[in-house]
Design a protein around this ligand. Structure first.
Ligand code: COA
Ligand code: ZN
Length: 304
């Protein structure tokens, strides 16, 4: 057994809630984030500084952030442009995440820019962040497949990664936005990226549309990746990417990694309570696929 650390960033309060039919209040969003922090998640994405017309569920992310209980968590927020960066910086968000897709149509649909326009915006934000001494990472979305253009050219992912790292991005999250990758493709792309840039900058973000989320996470682990996004209770999806379902559930990913001997630092009992809360608040989240088994296992342990 190894006891290497794996860092999990819960994106439920952003990727999860942005796509829900029900818009949660600031207090409910804080309640969900606080429950994740109570489960000792080391990192949580708390929201997005995007147009509230484009994504109404992410309005008032600054207010959400200001009321949070646990200051030790690495809180982050998504930003699409310089305006988002400035708003996140003013709110004091410690880590912001740019988003750029490896497909031109996806960029046009999601952030109303071509890939080249978005890349210029990203590099501008990174330059500003360097002056401000702020940490900014970048998501490379639709890294394996795009709902509009089909299969993604891996060369485009490599090109964007190189430009963003060169521009000063503190990390790169490689995202399977619609959950269309298979483990073989994940291993191929992540191995290539790691051999070119090392494993340190990378995290992976998998959706579970085709029930390959955990298998894809395993393929990424095998490629040397030790940072993952996941979403409590499997919440998630992108309103601008048709066919995307929820992210791989945090409880399932923690279970798999811990059983493989990795240390996530997450308290499973408290995580199950956060999953219950996510289900209760949204009315749509299903909970991780292994949730019943995990509940029974911890119940049996507690009464042993
Ligand atoms: N935060 C809040 N408001 C913003 C903003 C930001 N970061 N950037 C722009 N806006 C506002 C503008 O002020 C404008 O407001 P108005 O209509 O009241 O004047 C409106 O949004 C449109 O601005 P414009 O510059 O014309 O942008 P656009 O219509 O081309 O939209 C984005 C571009 C990026 C702002 C918009 O597409 C967006 O927010 N996308 C987010 C997508 C997302 O979150 N996807 C899911 C996660 S991957
Ligand atoms: Zn996502």
């Amino acid at each position: 057994m190894n006891s290497e650390k794996v860092v999990i960033n819960d994106v439920g309060p952003r990727d999860g809630l942005q796509n829900q039919p029900k818009i949660l209040s600031v207090a409910q969003r804080q309640q969900l984030i606080d429950s994740l922090a109570a489960a000792a998640l080391p990192a949580i994405e708390v929201g997005a500084f995007v147009s509230p017309k484009a994504v109404p569920a992410m309005a008032n992310t600054d207010e959400v952030f200001h009321g949070l209980e646990n200051p030790d968590v690495l809180y982050s927020a998504l930003i699409p442009n310089l305006r988002g960066y400035q708003a996140a910086e003013a709110a004091g968000i410690p880590l912001t995440s740019l988003v750029i897709a490896a497909s031109n149509t996806m960029n046009e649909q999601n952030i109303r820019m071509t890939t080249e326009q978005s890349l210029l915006v990203c590099l501008d934000v990174l330059k500003q962040a360097e002056q401000d001494n702020r940490r900014v990472q970048a998501y490379v979305a639709t890294a394996w497949a795009c709902p509009f253009e089909g299969q993604t050219n891996p060369e485009e992912v490599i090109r964007l990664t190189a430009k963003l790292l060169d521009g000063g991005a503190s990390g790169i999250v490689i995202a399977d936005t619609i959950g269309a990758a298979n483990p073989k493709q994940v291993k191929t792309l992540m191995t290539t990226l790691v051999s070119e840039f090392g494993s340190a900058p990378f995290a992976c973000h998998f959706h579970d549309t085709r029930a390959m989320g955990l298998a894809n996470a395993f393929a990424a682990v095998e490629s040397g990746i030790r940072k993952f996004d996941a979403s409590i209770a499997g919440l998630g999806g992108c309103p601008f990417a048709p066919g995307a379902s929820g992210n791989v559930a945090t409880e399932d990913l923690v279970m798999m990694l811990e059983q493989m001997g990795f240390k996530t630092g997450v308290h499973m009992q408290a995580l199950l309570a956060a999953s219950d809360l996510a289900i209760q608040l949204t009315g749509t989240a299903k909970g991780g696929k292994a949730k019943n088994w995990i509940e029974n296992y911890y119940h049996a342990q507690a009464s042993a």
